[in-house]
Design a protein. Structure first.
Length: 115
C-alpha cells in the first residue's frame, strides 16, 4: 500500500535527523529531480550528492521545521538547523510527492558560520 505524502515526509525527516543516507534515498524514485541554487540534480545519485553536501556543511544538525504546509501532493516547508560550527536560519524546501516517493524537491538555504 502506498504511503501518503505525510507518511513519506515523516520518514524522510526521521532519516534526515538520523543522518541515514540509505533511508533518505529510499524516499526518492530513480528519476527524482532535486533543484538547488547550484543546479538540477537527478536520480538517487543527485539526491546523494545534495545530502552529502548538506551533511558536510552541517554535520549532525539540530533541525527544526518552522512551517509545514501540505496541499494535496505538494509540501512547502521552512526550516532552521544548528551545529557547533554553523547554522541555517532561512531553509526553504518544496516537495512534490507521487508514486510513493519524493518526485521533485526544491531546496534553498544559507549556511552561516558560528564564530
Amino acid at each position: 500500500m502506498a504511503r501518503t505524502p505525510q507518511e513519506i515526509f515523516e520518514h524522510h525527516a526521521s532519516a534526515l535527523v538520523a543522518g541515514d543516507m540509505d533511508e533518505i534515498l529510499a524516499d526518492y524514485p530513480d528519476d527524482a529531480v532535486l533543484i538547488t541554487p547550484r543546479g538540477v540534480l537527478r536520480g538517487k545519485a543527485g539526491v546523494r550528492e545534495a545530502f552529502t553536501t548538506l551533511f558536510g556543511e552541517l554535520p549532525g544538525p539540530a533541525l527544526d521545521v518552522t512551517t509545514q504546509i501540505f496541499e494535496g501532493d505538494v509540501l512547502f516547508i521552512e526550516w532552521t538547523a544548528v551545529t557547533d560550527k554553523a547554522r541555517v536560519t532561512d531553509g526553504i524546501d518544496t516537495f512534490v510527492f507521487g508514486d510513493d516517493g519524493i518526485r521533485v524537491q526544491t531546496v534553498r538555504y544559507t549556511v552561516e558560520p558560528i564564530e
